[in-house]
Design a protein around this ligand. Structure first.
Ligand code: NOJ
Length: 549
């Protein structure tokens, strides 16, 4: 064990005050989404039921028992609405129907009922910032300058030089403005030109979109993940964005300017508050806002004068360096910055970001699973991470992501995170009878649900164990949180509920590390067996019970 110099440090309380992380006085009043775990399904890639190589709602229905067995509480479906699929459903051409590729409204109702029968919540993806350019609203809007829906989107005359009205850059590269020859104006699109931005300053747009939420809430959906909420309102007058002094081409062209005027206007929080008010009329429904902003800005979406979204997605772990000291600080800062009553949440991966195992390797992906499922706050898991799907190389002729097609070769492709689930060792991994729309990961013959179910040391078994433990231990789901220890390389914290004290210690490195903890009972190790006393083995995370139950 020679070679380290890190000395075990005594347990030390974090600088987060007790008041901030005290558990609720009355646990029966804790809403489902504070206790629960969200699981993101990317419907194109979960389960195909009709043999076209693309997943669908009936396919998801077939796999609900898998999700119950896994131990999650709520499903969030990426968009399933009618769409030309320029951005795979994030270009909606009808907000109140289901794309035939995924099924029908009847299929949806059946899926919702089947989920509810099993005690699972079902959330949809609401895409308010932009519609598809095939949406009837946009078709009308672009039909003439005096069409009543002209102002439903953001149209402007050219700049004096005939170019775009300002310097804004699409998140997928290129100008955010598209010239419309027929009516002689530009329209704004924060993403693809096939995704024109709606004008949320127009009360008719707001009313129409609130009706969309009502439509789905009335059908019984349990909540929404709200796409790019911080993008929805632009600064009055649409001034140029400041040039980014730190821009480097490998960042992707969108970072050429800072999105000061094109995003995060105070009115975005007003929108969030309006959505919240509507959701609250329906009882315990959940709103999760997609917001990619620095912490001090992110937390404003919890609401100021009025409540905002329940959970502004916290993506900090997605990009943070995998380093105990850095994560410790990040967690402390987040806990300390949350507004009173603001419930934390954590995300490590999604359909937009690299897979956990691709980024950290399989051994640390196990530690990351333990982190995600033991931090204070609602975790969101992404389909396939529970199998430890790692790096996937997409052959050039199979690239589908419009982002990669527009800015190829700089590592922005989202395809590797969107490949199909592997269910078993049968052809196409039990995902489909046909060649899937994206290739499977290379090792799918061994890395699939059936194979991992058989193996108590698999990633899937670890996720199941973690979820089971979390469900049976209120300390892990709703308990208080306190950072512990201060050793480098090991991230440690304690969760408490009533008399129950649980310590989590995570070795974020591939080398043995000493730890100093009071004696406790091992509840789970990412390596399956108990570590030697006073040490964590390479890539090991442990959960220990310290107090009496
Ligand atoms: C965020 C979504 O997660 C992403 O997949 C999509 O491309 C953009 N918003 C545009 O809707």
């Amino acid at each position: 064990l020679g070679g380290f110099r890190a000395t075990p440090a005594p347990m030390k309380p974090c600088r987060v005050t007790r008041a901030m992380c005290d558990p609720p006085a009355d646990p029966s009043r804790v809403p489902w989404w504070e206790r629960g775990v969200i699981y993101q399904i990317y419907p194109r890639s979960f389960q195909d039921s009709d043999g076209n190589g693309v997943g669908d709602l009936n396919g998801i229905g077939r796999r609900l028992d898998y999700l119950v067995e896994l131990g999650i509480d709520a499903i969030w479906l990426s968009p399933v609405f009618p769409s030309p699929m320029a951005d795979f459903g994030y270009d909606v051409s009808d907000y109140i129907d289901i794309d035939p590729l995924f099924g029908s409204l009847d299929d949806f109702d059946r899926l919702l009922a089947a989920a509810h029968e099993r005690g699972l919540k079902l959330m949809l993806d609401f895409v308010p910032n932009h519609s598809s350019d095939r949406h009837p609203w946009f078709i009308e809007s672009r039909s003439s300058r005096d069409n009543p829906k002209r102002d439903w989107y953001i149209w402007r005359d050219p700049a004096p030089d005939g170019g775009p009205p300002n310097n804004w850059i699409s998140d997928f590269g290129g100008s955010s403005w598209e010239w419309d020859e027929a009516t002689g104006q530009f329209y704004l699109h924060a993403f693809l030109k096939e995704q024109p931005d709606l004008n949320w300053r127009n009360p008719e747009v707001r009313a129409a979109m609130m009706d969309v939420l009502r439509f789905w809430f009335d059908r019984g959906v349990d909540g929404f993940r709200i796409d790019v909420l911080w993008h929805c309102i632009k600064a009055e007058g649409l001034p140029d964005n400041p040039v980014n002094p730190d821009f480097r081409p490998e960042m992707g062209e969108k970072l050429r300017v800072l999105q000061t005027h094109s995003t995060h206007q105070p009115e975005c929080q007003e929108m969030a508050a309006d959505f919240r008010q509507l959701a609250d009329n329906y009882g315990e429904r959940l709103l999760v806002g997609e917001i990619v902003l620095p912490l001090d800005q992110l937390i404003t979406y919890y609401g100021r004068e009025r409540p905002g979204v329940h959970l502004p997605f916290n993506f900090q772990l997605v990009e943070a360096p995998w380093d105990a000291a850095i994560l410790r600080q990040l967690i402390a800062d987040y806990e300390a910055t949350l507004p009173p009553g603001g419930w934390p949440n954590w995300v490590i991966a999604s359909h937009d970001y690299p897979r956990i195992a691709a980024k950290l390797g399989e051994a640390q992906a196990r530690v990351a699973a333990m982190l995600l499922l033991t931090l204070r706050g609602t975790p969101t898991l992404y389909q396939g991470d529970e199998l430890g799907i790692g790096r996937v190389d997409i052959p050039p002729d199979r690239v589908r992501d419009p982002k990669e097609l527009r800015e190829p070769g700089i590592g922005l492709s989202r395809d590797p995170s969107r490949t199909p689930m592997a269910w078993d060792g049968s052809p196409h991994a039990g995902f489909s009878n046909a060649d899937p729309w994206l290739p499977l990961h290379d090792d799918w013959r061994t890395r699939n649900v059936a194979a991992q179910e058989e193996n108590s040391g698999s990633m899937l078994s670890l996720y199941r164990d973690l979820l089971r433990l979390r469900r049976s231990e209120p300390a892990l789901s709703i308990g208080s949180f306190q950072l512990a220890g201060s050793a480098d390389y090991v991230l440690a914290y304690e969760r408490r509920y009533g008399e129950s004290r649980i310590l989590i210690a995570l070795n974020l490195t591939g080398t043995e590390r000493p730890i100093s903890v009071p004696p406790g009972q091992l509840l789970l190790s990412t390596l399956g067996t108990a570590p030697p006393s006073g040490w964590l083995r390479p890539d090991e995370g442990v959960i220990l019970r310290l107090g009496a139950r």
